[in-house]
Design a protein around this ligand. Structure first.
Ligand code: NI
Length: 229
């Protein structure tokens, strides 16, 4: 399942992030790449252990964990500290086809997660650059994603994906992974659909409608059945 979430960060927050990031030191993006992806990765990133990356990353995690659509779609167990990258047209930056590492460890906190979902949070407006589409392959084909600044996309970390070459301007984004309580993408997708349908029923019928209460019970029991916590 591929899920877009609008307005995770406000435009003011995005402007503040960009000001802070512009004033920071950047390094070659290959420092966090696995051996296959290092061959195809050409971009820059904020040093992952730097204070600036951690502070901005924490702001993203707070915004996401108070976003009901994110919680419903991801059912997160652990979120990896967000990383930040940029692709400049002047340097021919791009990221060829690859799959993200299955397990990620964080040197600073010792956190280790299985990557169930990959997240890209866009920090540049689509008008600021040409190219730089995130292309995600799944069993239904290729999907091109290029969102407004402040919006994010969640996709299964099992997917092959790439970032097309940036041919004008600079693409700026945050990217990270999370381990979900529901490992299986299809199971997680069904729970998300059920949750969305229940929320719509609650709007129409109220919280105490007996069938809505029953469906809410099924929602929780499916999580109880599948969750790893
Ligand atoms: Ni990737």
């Amino acid at each position: 399942m591929l899920t877009c979430i609008e307005g995770v960060l406000s435009k003011d927050d995005v402007a503040d992030f960009r000001r802070i990031m512009d004033a920071s030191d950047w390094e070659d993006g290959r420092s966090t790449a696995g051996s296959q992806s290092a061959v195809v990765k050409r971009n820059e990133q904020l040093p992952p252990d730097s204070e600036v990356a951690r502070k901005l990353g924490n702001r993203i995690i707070s915004a996401l964990t108070s976003n009901p659509r994110f919680i419903a779609a991801a059912i997160p167990l652990q979120i990896f500290p967000p990383l930040f990258n940029r692709y400049a047209a002047s340097s021919g930056h791009h990221f060829g086809l690859h799959v993200d590492n299955a397990v990620r460890g964080d040197r600073l906190t010792g956190l280790r997660i299985r990557t169930d979902l990959s997240v890209t949070l866009f920090l540049a407006e689509p008008e600021e650059y040409d190219g730089g589409e995130l292309v995600i392959e799944d069993s239904y084909g290729s999907h091109e994603v290029k969102l407004q600044a402040g919006d994010c996309v969640l996709y299964p970390s099992t997917s092959l994906h790439l970032v097309t070459p940036v041919t004008r301007g600079t693409r700026v984004a945050s990217f990270f992974w999370l381990q979900s309580m529901i490992r299986d993408d299809q199971a997680r997708g069904m729970i998300f659909d059920l949750d969305t349908a229940i929320q719509a029923l609650v709007e129409r019928l109220g919280r105490d409608d007996p069938e809505t209460v029953k469906l809410t019970g099924i929602y929780h029991n499916l999580i109880r059945y599948w969750a790893e916590v």
